[in-house]
Each structure stands twice: as C-alpha cells, then as structure tokens.
Design a protein around this ligand. Sequence first.
Ligand SMILES: Nc1nc2c(c(=O)[nH]1)N[C@H]1C(S)=C(S)[C@@H](COP(=O)(O)OP(=O)(O)OC[C@H]3O[C@@H](n4cnc5c(N)ncnc54)[C@H](O)[C@@H]3O)O[C@H]1N2
Ligand code: MOO
Length: 581
Amino acid sequence: MADPTFAIILAGGRGSRMGGIDKPTLRVGGRRLLDVALEAVSGATRVVVVGPPRDLDPTILQTREEPAGSGPAVAVAAGLAALDAFRSSTGCPHATDGEVAVLAADVPSLTAAALADLSRARRGAAAPAAFALDSTGQMQYLVGVWDMATLRESLAGASGPAMRALIPTDSIGVVLPDEVVADVDTDADLDRARRRAAAPVRLTPPQAAAVLSAELAGLPVVRRRIADALGAGLATGLVAAQPFPSFDASAMDGYAVAGGGPWLVSGDAVAAGSHARSALRTGFAARIATGAMLPTGADRVIRDEEITLDDETHCLTSTFDRDDTRRRGSEWNRGDELIAARTRVDDAVVSVARSAGVAEVDVRGPLRVVVHSTGDEIADDAARAGTIVDTASDAVGNLVRRNGAHVAHGEHLGDRREAFVAALGAPDADVVVLIGATGRGVADHLRDALDDVGARILVDGIDMRPGGSLVVAAVSGGPVIVGLGGNPLAAVAGIALLIPVITDTLLAVQPRPGVLGGVEDLDALARPDGWRMAPVTPTGHGLWRAPHSMPTAHLNALVSARGFALIPPRAHGADLVELYL
Ligand SMILES: Nc1nc2c(c(=O)[nH]1)N[C@H]1C(S)=C(S)[C@@H](COP(=O)(O)OP(=O)(O)OC[C@H]3O[C@@H](n4cnc5c(N)ncnc54)[C@H](O)[C@@H]3O)O[C@H]1N2
Ligand code: MOO
C-alpha cells in the first residue's frame, strides 16, 4: 500500500475567476469536486477538510483558516494543526509523523492511484515532498504528498501565504497525465472537465444490463391491496391466510352420500354457495353442485355419471368407489408459503393471493414511469415548416406499459434546459424517460441538466443500432433517468432493451431468463462490429424474420412486429438470439 497516512484537503476559497462560486461543490460527471478529493484519499487514516463547515461524514475532521481566505499556506497550517490535535487526542501522540497528502478540492479527475504514484515516487527518492507535474512541466503544489515533519518545518519557517513559499528545494515532481491532474480555475476549465467526464464509453448490451442491475437500488417496500399490486415485485413470500379449499367441496355435479349404499335421496339439494339445511344422516344422499360445501355427515361425493337412481323409490346405487370431494386444505394449508419473495405480481399471483385469502402484500412497485418528448422541432400540428409531430412518445409509453408499469404521458420539454431540470426532479415517478437530446449537439441539454441535478451517469451509449445513443443516470433519492435517442425507432429499440432490466432491478425480482429464438438470414442482419436490435415477426415456422431496411426516423419497420431480436456482432446461421417481446 502506498496511501498517504493523512490528508489535508483545501476546500475553502471562493472561485474568484468563476464569479465567486463555491468551487468544491461544483459537479463534474455527477460528483462534487470535494467528493472527488475525498475519494482520492479514502485510504488515509484521517482526513481534514479546511474550509467552511460542510455536511460531511463525521469521521472527517473539519477546520477553517483564520481569517478565512488568508491563503493556502495558512489553510494548510490550520489543517495540520487539526491533525495534530486529533493525534494528541488519540493517546498515541508520539507515533511517527508519516505522510500527508495536501490537495485542493478542484481537481475533477484526481484518483487514489495518482496519489499512490506520488507517494511511491517520494519514498523511492527519499524526498521530503512530491508534486504532480503536468505536460507543460508546471508543478501542481496542491496535488502533492509530504513527509509530515517536513511540512511542519516548512510551515514554521514560511515567508508568506503562497504555497510556493513552503516547497522544499529537494522536492520531486512526478509527471501525471493532464487529464488526471488538471484543475478547475475558470468556466472553460469546468466545461472541458465536464466534456471529458461525459466522454462516452460504449458498453455492449449485456454489459449495460450488468451495470444497471448492479447499480440501481430497489424501490422501497410498501403494503398494497392485492388489486393494486399487479406489476409489482413481492418483497416477502406469499403465505396462505386460509387453506385451499377452505371447506370440503364437491368437485363434481353429483350426490353427497352418508354411510355405505344404497342411499335414499333426500330432497335437500345443496347448491354451490349455500349451506345444507340439515345434516345428512347415514343411509341418505343429497344432490350436490360442483363447488358446493359438503353437508355435515356426508362421507363423500359420487358424480352423476356413476350413479343409478330409481325414479320410483328414490333409491341411489353406485359401484364407484372413489370420492369426488375436494377436501379442505388438500391444495395448501394456512401458513404455507405459496409464492417466493422476488416474484413478479402477475395475474396468476393476484389470483393465487385471492384463493389464499391474502388481501394485502408487501411489494416494491409497480413502477411509475413518465415519458417526455424534447426538441423545439416537435409541434402539435406540423403545419409550420421545419416542424414534425411527436411519433415516438406513445410507442415508447405503451411498450413500457406492456412491461407492467404505470405510465404517465409527460410534457413536451422543447429545448429548454430549465424544463429538463424540472422534469428530472419528478417526485411521483420512479423512472423518467426523455426522448431525444441525448447527443452532444447545440440543442441537446440532457447532459447539462443531469449535471445540474447531480445525476450519476451509469450508461452512456450502448454499442447497438438502432437505439445505442442513450443515457441512463440515477439521482440519489430520485428517479432513474433514461434518455433515449430521438429517432423514433432508436427510442423504441432503446427502451425495449432497457425496460426489462430496469424493471426487474427496481422491483428486486428474480431476473427473467431471456427468450431465445432463431432469425432468418442472420448472417446478413448481423453487423460485423456491433450489436443490432432488429424488429421481428414470426415466420409461422418457429423462426423470426426482420425487415431488410430499418430507417430510424419513423416506425415503418416496426409495423406488425412482435418485438426485437438482439443480434450480437457476427452472429450467423442457426445461432439463437435473445428476443425482446
Ligand atoms: N454527430 C452525430 N450526430 C448524430 C449521431 C452521432 O453519432 N453523431 N447519432 C444520430 C443518431 S443514430 C441518433 S438516434 C440521434 C440521437 O440524438 P438525440 O437523442 O440527441 O436526438 P435528437 O437530436 O433530439 O433527435 C434526433 C431525431 O429524432 C427526431 N425526434 C426527436 N424526438 C422525436 C419525437 N418525439 N417524435 C418524432 N421524432 C423525434 C428529431 O426531430 C431528430 O430528427 O442523433 C443522430 N445524430
Ligand atoms: O444510435 Mo441511433 O440511436 O442508431 O438510431
């Protein structure tokens, strides 16, 4: 391990070249600059943050230089004093000084690995301190690791408030990549860092699914009436509240009989849903309907087909020795677990719950999804030159609905960043879907808005056509955000791929195994270097067929299709591929 033992993070100074904003709270790639610094020193025994009081983990020390803004050297001194005070409070104040990282909270891509490199180089050279050098040879005094005793001496002899005044002459510089050590001093630096953080790493569809199932948290558990739970995920197993059947019931239209035959038929017929008016006495039979409760005293039921009835004497005989009674508890008993936790609540689950007398269940979901459209070119009537109508939202919304979610039609957000930010805050949605604006064009505000709300981007592009230009992000305590490529076929293909894994993960249900199928002419459909989502229809002979042309600007290729086939690169012949139906 080459982690510094201690760390001092300077997180004060107003960004004077950035209009006086609180730089450490700026977000790049969804993380606050201060959090980037804290993560880079997460291996340290103790960390002190020097700056205004902030809401931080209580194990992190906080202090402030006096007076505030009196320069980095003063701030470092305050940090060191706080670490020393901590050490004397631990009962081992004489432990050797060790190593301390001294950082500013304005380096958006700083990593623990970079600090470990500095630490290793310093120890290797037995130097008092090591600092990052950028490609121009500029030394970054606030990306450094120090021998703590040296830092103390330097501070004691400091001649001014600038860091430069502290740097020992025999310090070393370690060249680190510019993209790791570049700091943010101006708005242009911030834009550059944000663009870099947003640079797409295109995942394959299976990788994207793995990221989403690992990173998304399940929804909170709520108790719902069974009628309202359709589409949710069972959080606990479904336990029978009553046996099934809950009473001894006839399984056939026939006769309930008491004792051995022959039997005299009494006039007391039992209809389903009624009670026998009197007990059946030995030697008697009563007509009974399927589903009716057995009269007390009855031993069994004999179906109509197996009896002989003398119309004159009302005497009933039978050679049938089986019993057509469905006995109380013969299917299950009260307390039996009928359905495991993590099962999707479908119509069968609702039905079983009702059979078992279960009125309420603990579930996650059902998922609430809102679908917005974006882009100023979308208008209600496309009479104006340069405008088109929305031809994607309904198709996307209905596909999500078919996956069991409750879908609301959102707004048209146009190309206004504020509207995007407002849409991402949705308190009543678990998933916010936006169609369009996933690109990096002039009018594409999705990424800025994601930065504004502090969203963490989980998937930024998938190596798939159409629909690969998509973004999935999570806001802590807020909804999952899905930005779909604006071309309608891209939007539908993207949501078809994502909605199963997002749904299964948020509902915390057992992932469903994929449905596999064979596709005609697979060699021609497969791309050499990437995945394809092809709309498919059944051929009627156990295979699926995709159209040869799949323009993305309209949904013509999807007419009469049952869903999509996800075709891996270079799939061929009789390979089975996954179907998204
Ligand atoms: N320089 C590049 N440009 C584009 C690329 C690329 O890789 N480099 N990819 C293209 C592909 S593929 C897609 S898909 C789109 C994705 O971009 P956006 O998500 O930003 O989508 P928009 O630009 O907003 O819209 C694209 C297209 O779709 C139309 N659209 C949008 N919403 C709707 C709707 N609700 N109903 C009907 N049509 C809609 C919009 O008018 C555009 O024509 O980017 C390509 N460009
Ligand atoms: O990648 Mo776009 O999302 O193909 O149509």
